[in-house]
Design a protein around this ligand. Sequence first.
Ligand code: SAH
Ligand code: SF4
Ligand code: F3S
Length: 471
Amino acid sequence: MKTPNLVDARKRTCSKVDIIRNFKIDESLKNIGKNKKYVVKTYGCQMNERDSENICAILEEMGFTKGLDIEDADLVLLNTCAIRENAHNKVFGMLGRLKHIKESRPLLIGLCGCMAQEEVVVSEIMSRHKYVDFVFGTHNIHELPNILKRVIDNNKQEIEVWSKEGDIVEDIPIKRESKFKAWVNIMYGCDKFCTYCIVPYTRGKQRSRLKEDIIKEVEELVKEGYKEVTLLGQNVNAYGKDIEGYNYNMANLLSDVAKTGIERIKFVTSHPWDFTDDMISVIRDNPNVLPYIHLPVQSGSNRILKLMGRKYTRESYLELVHKLKMNIPNICLTTDIIVGFPNETDEDFNDTLSIVKECEYDSAYTFIYSPRVGTPASKMEDNISLEIKEKRLQELNDLVNYYSRKSNEKLENKVVSVLLDSKSEKEGMLSGYTTTNKLVNVKADISLLGKIVNVKITSVKTWSLDGEIYE
Ligand code: SAH
Ligand code: SF4
Ligand code: F3S
């Protein structure tokens, strides 16, 4: 068994990354899931959503069919997130439910994703959750067929987690969630090591995919009728920097993806550190690169930013935001913010409130700091009381919501372009996103599903808009 070691991950060397092509599932493994149903439950960010698209396709190639819910499944696999304590709690809560089901009938239970890369979690599963049949990590998804075979043959707990990031495996089968918009990985891992964050340990060092592979994937999506791609990475603007002598960066990639003719291109997440003027020009000059930028600030206080290891200052962040707003008309700017980082004073928190006021974000994901085992920040005293953390979060959310509503109000009675990508919960309604990533519910015929249409905004809420088709 290979278990992860969080501390050593920081010392890793930049070994060469191999690219494995023509991944195939052995014919002898293709019947394993016959007459069995699977359910994959996905927690966390888009990386995990994207990984689950591979996992589901692998399971289906092994003969499994998709079940409706856990009650109906022969195999339940939890693709987990480790970013905050509450993500952990959700997963352990779900494991409790699955254990209960398994007491009354056969059920295969698996756990993968970022929590599987944590030594503490793996130890706990081995000692206290023996009913979990198998665990694999973020670096060996392609091993799933072999792991499942061993689980079924040997009937004992199977744990295979690779501590070191593996090679890039191209051509893993994929079953995309949507027929209209697709996630396209452009890089894996992260080299930034923000002091609070577990991602560099659970996802390994930054590894960019080759531009040819990315462009080919987008070209195929265009042929299949996809309207939108979201280029995915923890820190997309550092694309290519990990490949020695690679004279090709995120601005080049965006520009080449734009040439494929795909109608909409988004990219997440941008780290303020690597955002270049060239990228701004490419976004400005290509109408299919959407004017939507998720630019996590985390804190407005220089003192806290330094403790977080974010590598920029409040001033340099604001300068970048100013440049973005000057160059990209109608830009939609969103962010992530953490409150209650160790030693955060009222003054630091006020700096966060004031940067929100200066940036007028369209929306923000806000979080209470959660210490993660093995990260540098977890060695600092978590010295802000939960009461203060919650009070700060509430105050911040009120401010963020004020600006969200304000930015939505600007769209009232305006005509916007919307990709109608799903059925709304309400009868006779479809929903989709504007070019500035705002959710719109529209009364529309089902035949418009998957189309980009003009919509007149008729009413505005804090988190969504209502509209009608505008001919
Ligand atoms: N790569 C992205 C985001 C990754 S995680 C980036 O750098 O911006 C998504 C968000 O979770 C982070 O932006 C941060 O706001 C939050 N987060 C990460 N670690 C956290 C922790 N230990 N406690 C609370 N929030 C955290
Ligand atoms: Fe985590 Fe920082 Fe990397 Fe984002 S850039 S994934 S916050 S270490
Ligand atoms: Fe969570 Fe892993 Fe994403 S920790 S946020 S699922 S990279």
